[in-house]
Design a protein around this ligand. Structure first.
Ligand code: PA5
Length: 407
């Protein structure tokens, strides 16, 4: 099941021929924009957000152009703040939706399109809008053709959460100043250690097998834990990849993320002594970009002089090792994934590694890892409650149920 959605397997090689066209559009945007607004949800946003947070400096003021995201929720406060923020800025827009019919990005794009057309005129706005969508069909493709927006295709056989290495991810990532060829090359290189049936050399298969053995032993939750905040949104991307691919047919490992050492002071207690239904995967960098040494003070008022002259990452490493041993002692099975550094190449490897792992893991769970039928349930109710044509009867039933619930 799902074998018509395996396009992501050989996607990196295929993208090499498209990288220049994507980079060229990104350079136009970089030249004339303070801000790129990316409008999309789920797989149409998390991959680029993950890459930009992983590869960019921490503070938004250090980034130019700034890539911001909307259309991944329905919050008027969030959108209103964005409109205030961009009022006096030069703006480009990348609206991203494979289906072209998703409500959240659809209504956000209406608001942003109105802003753009008021600011730049209809044809001026069109020149600043790029649509990334289905190559031939869907409402967004039609609109883009009618308005003359630049477009990039999402291959039909690549699902949203596996699309980070298509233009879905690559255009925003390139606008953020990343060498997307290096990212794609990293994914190609990952094939070396994610292919074949030998578990000693195919680490994606080994990880998939390990997590399924643990799941069958009652470890129904996996925590992806990192000691570097830059990886936080890779975790958010991974949560969608794993959760939407595996959580169906009343099975699936629940994916969660923790940011250490921050969360050792909040959920660390639960990890150490809470219900033993969890296993943990640590994700570590071999090298960080910076080295910061702890200074010495003659008074040693805080008693930290024993760490003077040591690098922050020396302390971080001991925090990891201490946590690993403590959690093993507490009955949490642990694995370790080592990422070389905070480079585009290493991230490309990581993306491909996780995609391969989750696809194999889904098949080990005997589910179709490439569909998401359960996502339709909330949409059906929402459309009926919104009064979409043809759903009126269902809408009445739902309103009555809500009244009975006192909501
Ligand atoms: O993985 C998936 O297919 C989904 O999460 C989609 O990415 C998400 O629902 C957005 O869909 P679309 O790109 O069609 O707007």
């Amino acid at each position: 099941p799902g074998n018509d959605f395996l396009g992501w397997l050989d996607l990196p090689e295929q993208m090499l021929s498209q990288v220049d066209a994507i980079a060229a559009r990104a350079n136009e945007i970089r030249a004339n924009s303070d801000v790129l607004i990316c409008i999309g949800i789920g797989g149409s946003y998390l991959g680029s957000k993950a890459a930009i947070e992983f590869l960019s400096p921490a503070f938004e003021a250090q980034r130019k152009p700034l890539v911001v995201f909307c259309g991944h929720q329905v919050s008027s406060d969030a959108l209103g703040d964005l409109l205030d923020f961009i009022a006096d800025k030069d703006v480009s827009v990348n609206v991203i939706s494979k289906s072209g019919t998703t409500t959240e990005p659809g209504i956000a794009f209406r608001v942003i399109r109105e802003f753009m057309e008021k600011k730049y005129g209809r044809s001026g706005a069109a020149a600043r809008i790029t649509a990334t969508t289905d190559p031939a069909s869907g409402a967004l493709r039609k609109l883009a053709t009618a308005e003359g927006y630049a477009t990039f295709p999402i291959p039909e056989d690549v699902g949203g959460r596996f699309s980070v290495l298509t233009a879905v991810g690559l255009l925003p990532i390139a606008v953020a100043g990343v060498d997307i060829r290096e990212l794609v090359q990293g994914a190609i290189d990952a094939k070396k250690f994610t292919s074949g049936s030998d578990l000693s050399t195919n680490i994606a298969a080994r990880y998939a097998v390990a997590r399924n053995i643990l799941f069958r032993q009652g470890k129904v939750m996996e925590v992806l834990a990192s000691f570097q905040p830059q990886i936080h949104f890779v975790g958010e991307w991974w949560k969608q990849l794993a959760g939407e691919s595996e959580g169906k047919d009343r099975t699936g490992i629940f994916p969660a993320t923790l940011d250490y050492t921050t969360d050792l002071h909040s959920l660390g207690q639960w990890m150490q002594e809470g219900s033993r239904t969890v296993f943990e995967t640590f994700i570590l960098f071999n090298k960080t970009r910076r080295s910061i040494t702890i200074p010495s003070f003659a008074d040693d008022g805080d008693g930290m002089n024993y760490l003077a002259g040591k690098d922050f990452e020396f302390v971080n490493d001991k925090a990891f090792k201490g946590t690993l041993l403590a959690h093993l002692d507490g009955g949490v099975p642990c694995s370790v994934i080592r990422v070389e550094d905070r480079s585009a190449a290493a991230l490309g490897q990581l993306f491909y590694f996780f995609e391969k792992t989750i696809a194999i893991s889904g098949y080990l769970l005997r589910v179709n890892p490439f569909d998401q039928p359960g996502v339709e349930a909330y949409k059906k109710n929402m459309f009926a409650l919104l009064g979409k044509a043809g759903t009126e009867k269902q809408g009445e039933v739902l309103k009555k149920r809500l009244m009975d619930l006192g909501i």
